[in-house]
Design a protein around this ligand. Sequence first.
Ligand SMILES: [Zn+2]
Length: 158
Amino acid sequence: MKCIYCGNEESKVIDSRSADETNSIRRRRECLGCGRRFTTYETIETTPILVIKSNGEREPFNTSKVKSGIIKACEKRPVSMHDIDSLVADIEMKVHNSLEEEVSSKKIGEYVMEGLKTLDEVSYVRFASVYKKFSDISTFFEFINDYEKFLDKKPIKK
Ligand SMILES: [Zn+2]
């Protein structure tokens, strides 16, 4: 996404949310070249996308299902609805931008994990424990250990 001020190609997303009526996602971006901020509206393709469940069944991709999974993981945690909406919008964008007609529920789970990882540590571990179905406690500890190392390098800013 080119910066509208200096033409730099690199920018980072600082906020994103669905703009429902227009079927697009509104994003605030910050240019990595000049540091100025601008807003983009990125259109979501409306081609229906199917989710392949672990048992091979297909169902239409449904953001409210993704959202309720995230809300469950974030219960009683200091994660705002705004953060959740923003994460859901990002996942929706990724799914539609993959240009595939089908996406596995596994892939969606990975997108959620990616988002929660840097958002809230307890929500991340909660979601992971459901999603990854740890077979025993040592696998679980291994996972926690890795995550602690990750957080040492990249602490969550509240
Ligand atoms: Zn710029």
